[in-house]
Design a binder for this molecule. Structure first.
Ligand SMILES: Cc1ncc(COP(=O)(O)O)c(C=O)c1O
Length: 449
């Protein structure tokens, strides 16, 4: 097999995700033969640093020996079993471990097999909880502007990124939208915290006015990843938790992208000192290996469903691969690595290195913002720095950075005009500095007319 042969066969049979396939008439598809650590390698020995962790999933590198061993061991024992009426050791052990590492009070784990499905579970559970309590009028959800929660119809309805959503709008349920605390939009001289508090006022008003009809508020704590890696101050969620309690509205934290250390703490909610009513996890849960997701919730929610069968209070939701044992074994190995290798502590130095390596871009006339929460750093290219005027999306400036990076051994896949690093935690400081150099060159090329 060589690169050209595989690409030719691919283009005859595969339809790629989130892709205008016609682009591949000019934009080469990259075939990958193997991966090791931060590296992806094609059939001719060309290598790329996976700076975006393959859509934010990979935590400890490709072909991680410890995770590979966990998979081998589990497949020898049990590959899968129905989780209704049956159980197995990996799902029990994983649930116990997740309860112990997530914020206080999240004592129950319900599994699905991807992030969007976890969101659907949380939405249905929240609505059903209020119905079981005799409050069926609570049936609306609140989201934040610029949010993203996945592609299935419920999750898509909850998102607010027009590129993904607008086409399907006629198919989607209505949601109530509060303005995002996105610190990029703050006034000159205003702190991130002051802006988050100011934006929270609109959320407070919405809850005060409509709480009788609201089941839950859904947020992506600290980083709106698909929404161009926009970031905000944790105070927003501290206030939101208090308000949700006051108004009897659930708080759903979507940590599908930011969970497992991406923001510097194991979970982003920790930085606001809060526990949500539902915590949705996926992606890093299996360190980039297998599709698995989980919704953690409270005893209070669980008990509202616990009754005689005939009352029809049970949560009759399932997916074929719910709680797959191999996925659970991988998640357990992932948590073992966090525990044994002081990952969160070690990441602090890597995060500092990321900040230092791009600091020189702060004065660049076409860099509107450099922002960071822990192991996620984003650089926003703008046409005009003083007014933060964006480049028109049709110009696809980010794509130029992507193409340049491929010639320099890096997979940097910008979101529109935003170049970002969200690397596996096994990256070295030297590799980070290389990425910063490549990003700098790419931005230089991309902003030229
Ligand atoms: C915050 C957030 N929620 C939900 C999802 C959907 O997850 P999945 O792609 O596994 O369906 C994503 C995916 O990027 C995400 O970033």
């Amino acid at each position: 097999m060589n690169n050209a042969e595989l690409v030719a066969r691919d283009l005859k049979a595969v339809w790629h995700p989130c892709t205008q396939m016609k682009d591949h008439e000019t934009l080469p598809l990259i075939p990958i033969k193997r991966g090791e650590g931060v590296w992806l390698e094609d059939f001719e020995g060309n290598r790329y640093i996976d700076a975006v962790s393959s859509w934010w999933v990979n935590l400890f590198g490709h072909a991680n020996p410890r995770i590979n061993a966990a998979i081998r061991e589990q497949t020898e024992q049990l590959e899968h079993v129905i989780l209704a009426g049956f159980t197995h050791e990996p799902v029990v052990r994983l649930s116990e471990r997740l309860v112990s590492v997530t914020p206080e009070g999240l004592n129950r784990c319900f599994y699905a097999d991807n992030g969007s499905s976890a969101i659907e579970v949380a939405l249905k559970m929240s609505y059903h909880y209020w119905k079981n309590l005799g409050r069926p009028g609570k049936k609306n959800f609140v989201n934040l502007s610029n949010s993203y929660h996945g592609e299935t119809l419920g999750a898509l309805a909850l998102g607010d990124v027009s590129l993904y959503k607008d086409t399907y709008q006629p198919l989607l349920m209505d949601v109530l939208t509060a303005p995002s605390p996105d610190a990029y939009l703050k006034e000159p001289g205003e702190t991130d915290e002051a802006y988050a508090l100011r934006q929270f006022e609109a959320m407070e008003r919405l809850l005060a006015e409509k709480h009788e009809e609201i089941c839950a508020v859904v947020v992506e704590p600290l980083i709106q990843c698909a929404g161009h890696m926009r970031m905000h101050h944790p105070i927003y969620h501290t206030r939101l938790r208090e308000a949700c309690d006051r108004y009897q509205v659930h708080l759903i934290a979507d940590e599908i992208a930011v969970g497992f250390g991406r923001t510097g703490t194991l979970f982003a909610c920790e930085q606001s000192g809060i526990s949500p009513d539902f915590l949705c996890l996926s992606k890093g849960l299996t360190a980039g290996y297998l599709p698995l997701s989980v919704v953690l919730t409270t005893d209070r929610v669980y008990e509202a469903f616990y009754d005689d069968y005939q009352t029809l209070r049970a949560f009759l939701h399932s997916h074929s691969y719910t709680g797959n044992p191999i996925g659970c074994a991988v998640a357990l190995a992932t948590l073992d690595i966090f525990r044994d290798e002081q990952v969160i502590e070690n990441n602090r130095q890597l995060a500092r290195c990321m900040a230092e390596s791009v600091a020189h871009l702060a004065d660049h006339p076409n860099v509107g913002d450099i922002r960071q929460h822990g192991m996620t750093l984003a650089i926003e290219m703008v046409r005009d720095k003083a007014h933060k005027t964006p480049f028109p999306w049709q110009e696809r400036r980010g794509l130029r950075v992507y193409q340049h990076a491929l010639t320099r051994q890096a997979l940097l896949r910008p979101l529109g005009n935003v170049v970002y690093f969200m690397p596996p935690y096994v990256i070295t400081e030297e590799q980070i500095r290389h990425l910063a150099q490549v990003a700098t060159e790419g931005i230089e090329l991309a902003v030229k007319d």
